[in-house]
Design a protein around this ligand. Sequence first.
Ligand SMILES: [Zn+2]
Length: 497
Amino acid sequence: MTTTALPTYEDAIAHYEPVIGLETHVELGTNTKMFCGCPTEFGAEPNTQVCPVCLGLPGALPVANRAAIEATIRIGLALNCDIAPWCRMARKNYFYPDMPKNFQTSQYDEPLCVDGYVDVQIDGETFRVEIERVHLEEDTGKSLHVGGATGRIHGATESLVDYNRAGIPLVEIVTKPVPGLGARAPEVAKAYVTELRDIIRSLDVSDVRMEQGSMRCDVNTSLNRPGDEWGTRTETKNVNSLRSVERAVRSEIIRQAGLLTGGTRIFQETRHFQETTGDTRPGRSKETATDYRYFPEPDLVPIAPDTAWVAELKAALPELPSVKRARLAEEWGISALDMQSVANAGAIELIEETIAAGTSAAGARKWWMGELARRANESGVELAAVGVTPAQVAQLQGLVDEGKLNDKLARQVLEGVVAGEGDPAAVIEARGLGVVSDTGALTAAVDEAIAANPDIAAKIRDGKVAAAGALVGAVMKTTRGQADAKTVRELILARLS
Ligand SMILES: [Zn+2]
């Protein structure tokens, strides 16, 4: 086998058109599992949340969780889907040690929700991602491979299985293939998963935490030459963060372009995203639907949601993120594009809370999108984890508004808050950072500046008031920025008039 040098991303996009598709699994936050009464709390001791049903013991019979069906319908409605008036669960047959029944109870040709869409905005441009289906299934258990360096089964000395997760309701959201995105494909993939996460979060049906696995994403990618039929797709798994969604699509486009240009066929396969290197590695060759021998689940009654119930659920949907963004943009007096930056920075709730604590919209946005965004970026953390609360930002801006801090001092106070020195008031006290506007203390500094700059003082005496700026600067320097500039200016002019 020959190896082909990888093209650049720009080069790959210049010769090939990507088609992407996304399959997202969301673990529902129901109190009990999908087909039994076992609790679902995250982080419990292994195999303490199990029963004959979710362990697949012979003779145990499942009963569907109504709250999970309701949550799935609400997700479908929020994604503009049609809700099936009648559908069934199906058995997806395969063997895996973390799935004790040897089949997963899922849905096959009769999903609960179909034909929806999600619109995402990038740089003011709208991209529509169409939803093929939203269906309900159960999660598997978790295998733990011990003794190896990688945590993978290769090289492990033993494997352990925890069935606590087996049977937790899982919603799978599958998009239709999305062609025509060109170089934007990785960004649209990320924006779609972000929007999906925010929509589901607004419904309060899952905590949608990618790092804890309650939201997991598989990314399908294929390439074709312009005008040709779509190429063979690969499915990338293990994509565990929003950033990784973008990276996974990008690296797969580059990898496939390299192979295709070198004359190698793309095989339909499952690949694994490598968080450390940002590329994908081969997994198993992909099964086709016929390998799973799907058939309708005989132990469960069909799901037939009453139309009045669905209408009720639709009417009771909360304000969805896109509607909320439009409303806030108007309230805050900012453009849709600026609002998108706020959303991308994860700053909407933080700004809302800061405003609720008494700050103006402009004041709240200035801190979160300016100094704090910069700090978060520098230390590679989420804005919400930067070390300052909305209440503290509100206090800080309040002190600026009252003239007790200028912007420069406020940034120093913020530094103290981030360093864990307490609320703004405590930092000011401890660091002695307040603005000095007491004229007695400033007069000496003003006299010193006048004595040191006789030429400038002479100009001001001659009526050239604009020259006062240089003396104000000199006073600010000797007081290490703590003087109230307005008071200093008044003192200088009074002295020299
Ligand atoms: Zn159970």
